[in-house]
Write a protein that binds this ligand. Structure first.
Ligand code: HAM
Length: 428
């Protein structure tokens, strides 16, 4: 029999305790940001019918990235590659009786069949925040502020990231009024624009010339050269959500994070209005940390009336790369503070159990070593695991060692002095 490999399936991660501590930190800040904006948690199933994604997620996801199979009851099912279709399905069930705006968040793990590389894995966790039924542009404004405030909670600011933004209304205008192209060509052009900054100029020219004649190619290139809000509002001269949003944020903190970018159109088909991606400004980490936008018609796939939604997904892999790049990731090498309890002789075993339980009753985390070890060894272990306190159990008494302050207290029962010592450290 072939030996089994110890490594996880390609593009998936084993989360060892340090990795899990890091991930829990990322999640806890996400939950804090969601709470600041009163977004309520929700969750959905890992498997959905493939048809749910076929409806609006787009060809790339369905043809290249989805993990799908036929179940024992002959249903075609998929492991969720994104959360938005599940969210829309759930909102479709309850939106009639739920006050609007409805604001929900979730942190699901998702699977996409991608080529693993920096910032791209096959399994990732994604913080999703979405708002449904908000008045025009105010939902977009809220989710943009939420994502900005989230990154600020991790310690980032405008020198670290930008929110690149566009409006699909411009692209529709470009395709229908200026280029006058068919739906089929439009679909191809969306993908070309989406990739325009990721390929060389020659490759881009080639891709464009395969779908547009020379005259139209020039119009498209003029569009792709637009650099700021003034440029794009001049170029199109139409009313759209992005224009309204821009007027509303003229005086706000958000403005310094936003940058107009014609290449942001988003790869997923359901977006209809404002679309955005958060990019790291550091040249070593040129990936989108987050992507999102507005979708006016997603509920219609369930035969429900249109209820405009807007939201974003922010991946844990790209977020961690971003925080590491800017030295904003705290050190989780060692577990949180706990007290290390040890004894040398078997006869002190019961005493160690007793003090461990008394301290736990008081709410302290305690690691009882469980077997007798020499004092030197106890110090070594406590040091390696970065414990702040060591308690040695000897006949009828205990010695509490404050390892950071080289202080020790001998005691028989837990008293004020012991608690002050343990407590003092907590409040440093
Ligand atoms: P998305 O752009 O496909 O959007 O993904 C959002 C974010 O998830 C990306 O910016 C990236 O950080 C992360 N991500 C995506 N794929 C991978 C991968 N293979 N490995 C690591 N990270 C990845 C959506 O999924 C939309 N459903 C988001 C949304 C919510 N729009 C509205 N509401």
């Amino acid at each position: 029999m072939n030996k089994l490999v110890k490594t996880p399936y390609k593009g998936c991660r084993d989360l060892f305790p340090k990795d899990k501590r890091e991930q829990e930190y990322l999640f806890s800040v996400m939950k804090d940001a969601a709470a600041l904006y009163a977004y309520e948690p929700y969750d959905g199933p890992m498997l959905e019918l493939v048809d749910l994604y076929k409806a609006k997620s787009g060809e790339e996801l369905i043809n290249d990235q989805i993990y799908s199979f036929q179940d024992r009851g002959d249903r075609f099912v998929a492991i969720r590659p994104e959360m938005t279709p599940t969210l829309a399905r759930m909102v479709a069930q309850v939106h009639r009786e739920t006050p609007k705006p409805l604001r929900w968040f979730s942190i699901p793990n998702l699977m996409r069949y991608e080529r693993p590389q920096k910032g791209r894995l096959r399994e990732h966790w994604q913080f999703n925040c979405d708002v449904f039924g908000a008045p025009e542009v105010l939902g977009e404004l809220e989710v943009l502020n939420l994502v900005k405030d989230l990154l600020k909670l991790y310690g980032a600011n405008e020198t670290h990231f930008s929110i690149l933004i566009n409006d699909r209304a411009f692209v529709d205008q470009l395709f229908k009024e200026m280029l006058k192209i068919t739906e089929e060509v439009s679909y191809k052009l969306y993908k070309i624009i989406d990739k325009s900054k990721k390929v060389s100029l020659e490759k881009l020219d080639k891709m464009i010339s395969e779908v547009l004649d020379d005259e139209k190619a020039i119009i498209l290139k003029n569009y792709l050269s637009l650099k700021n809000f003034e440029d794009v509002f001049d170029f199109f001269n139409i009313d759209c959500s992005l224009k309204t949003l821009y007027q509303k944020i003229a005086e706000s903190d958000l403005l310094k994070y936003l940058k107009y970018d014609p290449s942001i159109v988003r790869g997923l088909d359901y977006y209809t209005g404002i679309v955005f991606e958060v990019f790291d400004k550091h040249p070593d980490n040129r990936r989108a940390i987050c992507g999102g936008g507005s979708y006016a018609n997603l509920l219609q796939i369930f035969n429900e009336p249109a209820l405009p939604g807007c939201g974003f997904g922010l991946g844990d892999v790209t977020l961690k790369d971003f925080l590491i790049t800017h030295d904003l990731m705290p050190d989780f090498t060692h577990p949180d503070d706990a007290i290390f309890i040890s004894f040398q002789e078997q006869k002190n075993e019961a005493q160690a159990l007793k003090i461990s339980n008394s301290l736990r009753d008081l709410g302290y985390g305690v690691e009882n070593h469980l077997s007798g070890i020499k004092i030197n060894k106890a110090f070594q272990i406590a040091e390696k695991k970065k414990y702040s306190f060591l308690i040695l159990c000897e006949d009828d008494s205990y010695t509490l060692k404050d390892l950071n302050h080289k202080k020790e207290i001998k005691f028989k029962t837990i008293n004020e002095e012991v608690l002050d010592c343990l407590h003092g450290h907590e409040h440093e």
